[in-house]
Design a protein around this ligand. Structure first.
Ligand code: T3D
Length: 266
């Protein structure tokens, strides 16, 4: 049977990064129980200490079309599904795992990202998109609300008014519009997207991983913090970063006018 989520380890100067590919291209990589299990396993592998960066992408012409709606076909399934359970069991742990990873997660959005597939993108740390990609909050078309963290990440990125309008209209947003809205960091021509994502992953994998993880968690913390809380958080995080090998090495490399040799270790 074809594996519905693929992982590949890449090496760069004795550091490693992981490429995760959603692999149900004929169904635009829509989520089934098998995809959830595969993605959870892939993210568990991504949490390994020797992995310093992650790229998440999709096979074929789509990134991910959200929940597989064939598995919700009311003509086949008499009982109403417990959507609370499916969110708690499937979507929420995946979003929590991505946000908790102590390393950068790059999302290379190769094509359409719809429903929970779009909100999976926005749980990542760096979003790169092919110019042909589009984003759709499809939920309103089937009477649902944005899930997989969408109501949180959209409001943070767009504010409540634009978030409500986009979610209620379920209009497709082009990659370039999404970049203009601050949802995408960079857009690339389709044929170079993966090269650019891999270059960035290799660069980050060679970086000061502990510091990169602290950047990620500090930004997450800031969302619900007052300025005073955040100043304290920064001071505590900077103690951890300042004690690291990589901070010492970064400063030495600057003073000695040479490239740093980071280890990613404390
Ligand atoms: O239920 C719960 O667990 C609650 C949680 C919900 C989370 C959610 O994600 S809800 C939102 C679910 N997703 C959608 O509503 C999106 C449905 N898909 C679309 O609207 C369109 O497919 C797209 C706009 C994404 C792309 O359109 P297009 O024209 O480029 O492609 P297409 O022809 O519609 O799709 C290609 C194939 O993928 C097609 O299969 P076929 O006919 O060639 O065998 C299509 O049925 C299949 N596909 C696309 N999306 C899904 C899907 N199959 C199952 N589930 C899908 N979500």
């Amino acid at each position: 049977m074809t594996e519905v989520v693929l992982t590949k380890r890449h090496e760069t100067q004795s550091r490693y990064w992981l490429e995760i590919t959603l692999n149900r291209p004929d169904k635009l990589n829509a989520f089934t129980d098998e995809v959830f299990a595969g993605l959870r396993a892939a993210l568990t592998e991504a949490a390994d200490d020797d992995i310093s960066a992650v790229v998440l992408t999709g096979a074929g012409r789509g990134f991910c079309a959200g929940q597989d709606l064939a598995s919700r076909d009311p003509r086949i399934h008499d009982d109403l599904p417990d959507l609370g359970e499916t969110l708690r069991k499937n979507y929420n742990p995946i979003i929590t795992m991505i946000r908790g990873l102590n390393k950068p997660v790059i999302c290379a959005v190769n094509g359409v990202a719809a429903g929970a597939g779009a909100n999976l993108v926005f749980a990542c740390d760096i979003v790169l998109a092919a110019r042909s990609a589009k984003f759709i909050q499809s939920f309103a078309k089937i009477g649902l609300i944005p899930d997989a963290g969408g109501t949180h990440s959209l409001v943070q990125a767009l504010g409540p008014l634009r978030s409500k309008a986009w979610a209620m209209t379920a209009e497709p947003l082009s990659a370039e519009m999404a970049q203009g809205w601050g949802l995408v960091y960079q857009c690339f021509d389709d044929d170079v997207l993966m090269d650019k994502a891999r270059e960035m992953a290799a660069e980050l994998a060679r970086g000061a991983t502990l510091g990169l993880a602290e950047i990620k968690h500090a930004m997450h913390h800031a969302v619900d913090a007052t300025m005073e809380d955040q100043l304290n958080y920064e001071a505590d995080a900077q103690v951890r970063c300042g004690a690291s090998h990589d901070h010492h090495e970064g400063v030495m490399a600057f003073l000695e006018k040479r490239p740093p040799q980071f280890t990613g270790k404390a």
